[in-house]
Design a protein around this ligand. Sequence first.
Ligand code: ADP
Ligand code: G3P
Length: 506
Amino acid sequence: MNKARHILAIDQGTTSTRCMVFDAQARPLSVAQREFPQHYPKSGWVEHDAEDIWRDVLHTAREAVDRAGLDASAIAAIGIANQRETVIVWDRADGKPVYRAIVWQDRRTSEQCVRLRADGAEEEVRERTGLLLDPYFSATKLAWILDTVEGAREKAEQGRLAFGTIDSFLLWRLTGGAVHATDITNAARTLLYNIRDQRWDEDLLKLFRIPAALLPEVQDNNHLFGYTDKSLFGLPIPIAGMAGDQQAALIGQGCFAPRSAKCTYGTGGFLLMNTGADCHISANRLLTTPAYRLDGRIHYALEGSIFVAGAAVKWLRDGLSVISTAADTGAMAAGLSDNHGVYMVPAFVGLGAPRWDAEARGVICGLTLDTTAAHLARAALEAVAYQTLDLVSTMASDGAEFPALLRVDGGMANNDWLCQFLADMLQVAVERPANLETTVRGAAFLAGLTTGLWEDLPALSKLTAESRLFHPQMEAAHRDRLIDGWQDAQRRTSSIPGSIPGSIPG
Ligand SMILES: Nc1ncnc2c1ncn2[C@@H]1O[C@H](COP(=O)(O)OP(=O)(O)O)[C@@H](O)[C@H]1O
Ligand SMILES: O=P(O)(O)OC[C@H](O)CO
């Protein structure tokens, strides 16, 4: 019997890198995780050192295999999920990045986006990419590197540099510089990829002034991307699945049917609903994005992005020091009979979908002398549910009827109080899997599909783990009153004169 029946899955996230080993029943055997430094060189700028990321991926991958009590020969394949949109440009000669990774949260190219919008480019960009002209996406960041790093544009035109999102950079490093490729879910977040024709778009390359010679080849999510360089694990291991982390979570949650949906609550919150073969461009500023492409068959998703979810809880802990641990917020919120009119709109880095207002700033309102830390904790949790409700309502006005069940995951989904409040606000059942690591599981699913460990999507659905359901139970009048208060608070978030542009809660 071939003993290589385990999958090593990598989740390279915004604040940490996690690796897990799964067995042939998709049971997690081990986990290894490392946080890495965030760099904020200027207000609104966010950078990662790509070498930190590479070092941590290698370290956690080896540690996860060790902790599973295995050696590398037991690993049938590697799957990768990654923070999306983050840009790395490296030299093809030595694999060294020419600048730090510019992270998805970075707002330095806001002005370029405003200019392109003023030039009337948005409609065309939207039709072709399903995205908006916002600094969140890769293209303007990539152009910034080419225009700022001395000699970079010239070298790029000569084909001496490579561009990639994190998946692509890791693939390059893992294969010892042999493979420059990405998958469709990551390509589709660059603003350079035409999601209808499924190809890099020459007109968009011209619009953003990006030389085609920089670009990776785009593959299905279940694809044999290449083999690890022998020096890394002692033998070559196939890298057989890749996806952006939010799409990987959709896959890990088993959302394969059209209209199935998941929301991942980590630093931010990302709601994705599978829309099947329908490439539905939202009329309400939601994103249209490939959910996955397996064996050449594409499924699309509608996506709503909340920029600040768990980051607000982290800010209460690290910035204001009014809570000791993120988990405390659950008991603090549950200890109050009501929010007593205290609301937080965590527009710390502007607002994502559906408003996409880069200039909006955060608001806490309804404060009285009776307000306590518990009210702030509750307000931070409530805000996550209200923002999700806004996304769900937007999907409904887009003609995409929301399902009767929302699957949740991510670190913040550990919070029972939040899950119940979410069910109450959305008026749908909220399902939380026992294992919240759905992103890394999705990456494992892809690698296992490619290498034949699992046959097809129905086989993956059968591997579904235990879960807990939260059903709506709040009275309608109470719910309506809470939502009215949120809408009032949200109206107060327009740009505040003198505010710091786009500072990121660390
Ligand atoms: N029990 C909890 N209640 C509320 N927030 C939580 C809880 N546990 C973790 N968080 C928040 O979730 C985030 C971590 O989730 P994680 O999925 O690890 O994030 P990411 O992958 O974006 O780094 C942190 O911002 C933290 O504040
Ligand atoms: O790394 P995460 O989990 O915060 O996810 C980041 C998203 O991919 C950004 O689009």
